[in-house]
Design a binder for this molecule. Structure first.
Ligand code: PLP
Length: 257
């Protein structure tokens, strides 16, 4: 069985973060492992507290996994702060991690800063060059590029700019645009488009986490980047269609529908 590692934050309500990643790994046929960067107290209504894990303990988790087990793909989610980013970048380089999917998590849907704004440029400088695929949504792409993104043309331009930071592929997710939910995949040469129908649900907690984890699972299983993204898109679309009305707020996507 192929093995995928998520390096991300814990979501006590199980809809996003590490918990979503491990469910998405299982649902997509790979063995899941986790390095926890932060523990959040959250539910479907918001994030109420965050405890960042000591960078030395993050480094030890990375070492414990890579020294013992072959890692076929890595997904990176919530990275909180500069020291966490530096620790992860050093670990990925040391172990020559491959099939790395970076989800540049910045602000939760409920408005909580999961990445310290002071660390945004560090994420761009240290983690994007290590990425096989980086998966920004539009607000994240706006932070990375400094651009305002409204049209598909803007998305293409932003994808080109983000590609210059060093990732092999940029998947710019269009879900935040109101008129069109097209995602764009750019490999430095060609733009490919993914369109899926917009699903009428408010239960979308953890969609970004789930998509990036599914891409990592598919890369671990040996799919080429385009196919890994296309399959992950199908998966997240169905997971959103079956989203669960759990809790009083924004419910999670359903991993095993
Ligand atoms: N909590 C953690 C630990 C996350 O990593 C993420 C997203 O990446 C979220 C929350 C965001 O959840 P939401 O989909 O509600 O914005």
């Amino acid at each position: 069985m192929k093995k995928a590692l998520t390096i991300a934050g814990s979501d006590s309500s199980g809809g996003a973060g590490i918990q979503a990643d491990l469910k998405a790994f299982a649902a997509n046929g790979v063995f899941g492992m986790s390095v926890i960067t932060a523990v959040t107290a959250q539910n479907t209504q918001g994030v109420f507290a965050v405890q960042d894990i000591d960078p030395a303990v993050i480094a030890k988790q990375i070492e414990a996994v890579f020294e013992d087990i072959e890692v076929d793909a890595v997904k990176i989610g919530m990275v909180s702060r500069i020291e966490t980013i530096e620790t992860i970048a050093a670990g990925l380089k040391k172990y020559r991690a491959r099939n790395v999917v970076v989800d540049p998590v910045m602000v939760s849907k409920s408005g909580y800063h999961l990445l310290n704004p002071a660390a945004e440029s560090k994420l761009t400088a240290l983690l994007l060059p290590l990425a096989t695929v980086v998966t920004p949504n539009i607000p994240e792409a706006e932070v990375i590029t400094g651009m305002k993104i409204t049209s598909l043309q803007d998305m293409e331009e932003a994808a080109k700019m983000i590609h210059c930071f060093g990732p092999q592929n940029v998947l710019l997710k269009g879900g935040h645009r109101t008129d069109d939910a097209t995602d764009i995949l750019f490999d430095g040469n060609t733009f490919r488009y993914f369109s899926s129908p917009r699903i009428a649900t408010t239960n979308t907690h953890g969609t970004g986490c789930t998509l990036s984890a599914a891409i990592a699972a598919n890369l671990a299983r040996g799919y080429a980047v385009y196919d890994a993204v296309a399959l992950a898109k199908e998966y997240i679309t169905t997971a959103i269609a079956h989203a669960l009305a759990i809790g009083k707020g924004v419910g999670p996507t359903h991993h095993f529908y």
